[in-house]
Design a protein around this ligand. Structure first.
Ligand code: NAP
Length: 479
């Protein structure tokens, strides 16, 4: 079940929110601590105004909520709400059994006993869940994994606590995968919100339509992307609709990762079939691959890992993904020379792809040593970024591979005079139109966008993951 946590301040706004999100949710949690005092008095009316089962909660500040009332007043609000038709009430672990439990039992309201830990995952989490369950109908723990080792502990709950009615939530960036794969922990529901009432929450729409979290079962093949900051990755928007397009019971999940070693252990635990790799792990994963392709050997980095019988295989789809939109121009001789701006991980693969196709390359980078290293590996020229103007009118292709332009309206080769003849390609995909491309467009250059490379490399990953071409019927929407 997908449960929407409501953070509106009035009952009318909560009802409206449920109406807007209704097609994505199975339950709603009314948070009294977000309501004004006057609106709290109307809480008992809420269940009759919506057509789904409701939880009532009044979260203290110490548990991540907003209720600053005395304990007595806080409980009084909950007691009053129990006169409405709530299906569940959430009562914190440390509250002694009392009038709340008694009234809930009299009214047939199921009791959730909850534990919150914003600093980690308790070592004795399984016995804590058992204790909570012994005092209530459902045990709930909302804990904060500090890394993938803690995430593995949470996924062990399915086996360790089989048959126990429980809700398990991993908060924070490492916990995001547990919110999507909640059924793999044996959790009866996952919470959704677009206003982050708890760290790492995902919108109900994404849980339902992008990840289809409520449809994950024991047979669902799990894929994902690992790296830092992957929660903003566009890859789930490529792979999940693709899986649906070929009617494949699979899900693609972002995994924020601290340790590649631990992640491979998690991948075994979840019986993962493959995953995409991004910064900073494109080199680290190589030690765990029993087989790597020629491109990975040559580039020294891998952006895709797939399970093959007995071993993990490392692939590099950035290489072909980058070439896909411009290959015809290289083959026709329209592109014979290129200026590659930047000398990071992506540049390394791009320079190799261009050199392999016989294109003359000059690398420009802020840090000269990095440009020098890639140039030595690929037998090409390099120079300082500030010397860019020396190459005006000299090249057929200008590729922008730095991170400049991702976070601001900036061009790393500001003032570079395009002749209008150059093909200009920025691999930054968010925003789609960067200052670099905008400056090139103003001079009439042909443009290629980062999302072209992203989609092309993603489609190749899809083939490596599934053995099927990416379905033509699926229109990829990266917005
Ligand atoms: P990276 O390894 O961290 O390299 C970053 C590059 O940006 C380095 O050359 C760095 O220069 C340069 N740089 C950073 N800040 C700069 C500044 N203020 N001025 C000048 N240069 C600066 O990153 P990466 O993995 O290569 O990724 C680079 C970009 O490509 C990212 O935006 C990423 O999202 C994008 N990308 C897109 C695709 C796609 O499919 N479209 C695939 C891969 C990557 P120094 O060496 O001097 O630090």
């Amino acid at each position: 079940m997908i449960c929407l946590t409501l953070s509106e301040s009035t009952i009318a706004a909560c009802v409206e929110k449920v109406r807007q999100e209704r097609e994505y949710i199975d339950m709603a949690e009314l948070r009294l601590d977000f309501l004004t005092k006057e609106e709290c008095a109307k809480a008992k009316d809420f269940p009759s105004l919506v057509d789904l089962p409701c939880i009532v909660t009044n979260r203290r500040v110490s548990d991540g909520g907003r209720c600053q009332l005395s304990e007595r007043a806080r409980r009084a609000q909950l007691l009053d709400a129990l006169d409405g038709g709530f299906k569940y009430i959430d009562i914190e672990e440390d509250l002694k059994r009392g009038e709340l439990d008694e009234k809930a039992e009299r009214k047939g309201v199921r009791i959730i006993r909850s534990l919150h830990d914003f600093n980690g995952v308790p070592d004795d989490i399984f016995s804590r869940i058992q204790q909570l369950r012994s005092r209530a109908d459902v045990a709930k723990v909302a804990v904060t994994p500090r890394g993938i080792a803690d995430v593995i502990t949470l996924f062990n709950a399915q086996k360790e606590l089989e048959g126990i009615d429980k809700i398990i939530i991993g908060m924070g960036p490492y916990g995001v995968c547990t919110r999507i794969l909640y059924k793999r922990m044996g959790s009866m529901l996952t919470f959704a919100s677009d206003s982050e009432t708890a760290p790492g929450q995902i919108s109900a729409r994404d849980l339902k339509t992008l990840y289809r979290a409520d449809q994950v079962d024991d047979k669902t093949a799990v894929y994902g992307i690992i790296g830092h900051g992957v929660l903003k990755s566009s890859s789930p928007k490529i792979h999940n609709p693709g899986f649906r397009g070929i009617k494949y019971n699979a899900v693609f999940v972002p995994f924020e990762v601290d340790s590649v070693r631990h992640f491979f252990a998690l991948a075994e635990h979840l019986k993962m079939r493959g995953f995409a790799v991004t910064v900073p792990f494109k080199i680290d994963v190589l030690s765990y691959c029993g087989n790597i392709t020629r491109e990975v050997k040559q580039i020294g980095a891998c952006n895709t890992v797939v399970r093959t019988p007995g071993l993990w295989k490392g692939i590099n789809t950035d290489y072909y993904g980058f070439l896909a939109p411009i290959l015809k121009y290289i083959e026709s001789g329209r592109i014979k020379s290129a200026l590659v701006i930047g000398a990071g991980g992506a540049s390394n693969a791009i320079v190799w792809a261009l050199r392999n196709r016989g294109v003359r390359v000059t690398i420009l980078n802020r840090t000269l040593e990095r440009a020098q290293r890639i140039a030595a590996l690929n037998i090409c020229q390099y120079d300082r970024l500030e010397n860019a103007k020396a190459y005006e009118g000299q090249v057929d292709l200008v590729v922008q591979t730095t991170t400049v332009g991702m976070d601001g309206w900036e061009n790393p080769v500001e003032g570079f005079e395009f002749t209008g003849r150059e093909i200009c390609y920025d691999i930054v995909y968010r925003p789609r139109m960067t200052k670099f491309l905008s400056d090139a467009a103003a001079k009439g250059c042909q443009l290629h966008f980062g999302d072209e490379m992203l989609i092309a490399q993603g489609m190749l990953q899809f083939e490596a993951f599934t053995g099927y071409h990416y379905p033509r019927s699926v229109k990829i929407d990266l917005s």
